[in-house]
Design a protein around this ligand. Sequence first.
Ligand SMILES: O=C(O)CCC(=O)C(=O)O
Length: 285
Amino acid sequence: MAVDYLDHYREHGYAVVRGVFGPGEISELAGAFERVYAQGLEHARNYRHRNVFFRVDRDEALGRIVRFVQWAAYFDPVLGRFRTDSRLFDIIEPIIGVDVKQIINQMHWKPPGAAMTEFAYHQDIHFRRPAAAYRSTEWAYVQTGIAVDPHRAENGAMLVYPGSHRLRDVSISLPGRVSDTALQADDLAALGLDPEKAVSLELDPGDVAFWNLYTIHGSGPNRASYDRKFYINGYVAADKCDRGEWAFRGGKACPLGEPQLVHYEDLYTRPEPHYPDDNTRPDEV
Ligand SMILES: O=C(O)CCC(=O)C(=O)O
C-alpha cells in the first residue's frame, strides 16, 4: 500500500487518502445522513439523549437547519459500520496502533443557502476536556473526515494550515463558539501566519482526510447549490485517553454498546432525552 500520505501527515499535520470508499458505499452513507437530518428537523432546538446530540439552529435564511449530530452511530447501523471500517483502521493504525478508542463521531451538513454554517479557525485540542483525561496529545489522536459530497472551496471545504501542528497549543481568541463564528483570515494573521498559505481540502466523495489535534483548521460558508456533508470520526491510542468508546481492540472492530463517558459530563446523572439549555451545549468537534 502506498503510504506517502503518512509522510505528508507527519510533515504537514494533515493528509488525504483518495478513493477509500466506493460510490455504492457513499450513497449508503448519504442515505444515513438523510435519515438523521430528517430526525433532527423534528426538534425545534438542540436535543440530547445520552451521548447523542443534535445541534439544531434557526438559520436566518433557511429557518430550521441541522448543523451537526454527535454519535448517531449508536442508533444508525450504517454509521456504526463506517466508524469501525477496516480501511479507516488501516489509515490510523500506523499512527496510533491497534488498540483504539473513539472520542468523536460527528456528522456535518452545510445546506446550500444557509446563512451560517461556518467553523472559525481552531485546534481540536481545545475541545479535549478535561485536559487530564487526554495524554500524549501531540501524537496519540487522529481526526478523520469522509467526504460524502464533492468537498470544494465553493461549498465550504475545510481549510487546514500546513505545519501548524508544530506550533502546539496556540490561542485563537474568538467572540463565541467555533461553530457560531465565521472563518476569518485575520485569526491566522493575528498568530503571525499567512492566510494565503491555508489549504482548502478538495475531496471527492469517498476520499478521507485526516489531521492532528493541533492542526489549525476551519471552514467557510457554502456558496454552491449542493450540500457539504462530512462524516467525522476521531480516534485515540486507547491507553492515552480515559474517555471514549472502543473502536478497535487488537485491530478488531468493536461495536457500540452501553454509552461510555466521552464528552457529555452528565451522562450518568441526566441520561434521559431532553432539550439542553443553550449555554450548556457542548463545544464542539
Ligand atoms: O466540518 C468542518 O468544516 C469542520 C470540521 C472540524 O472543525 C473538525 O472536525 O474539527
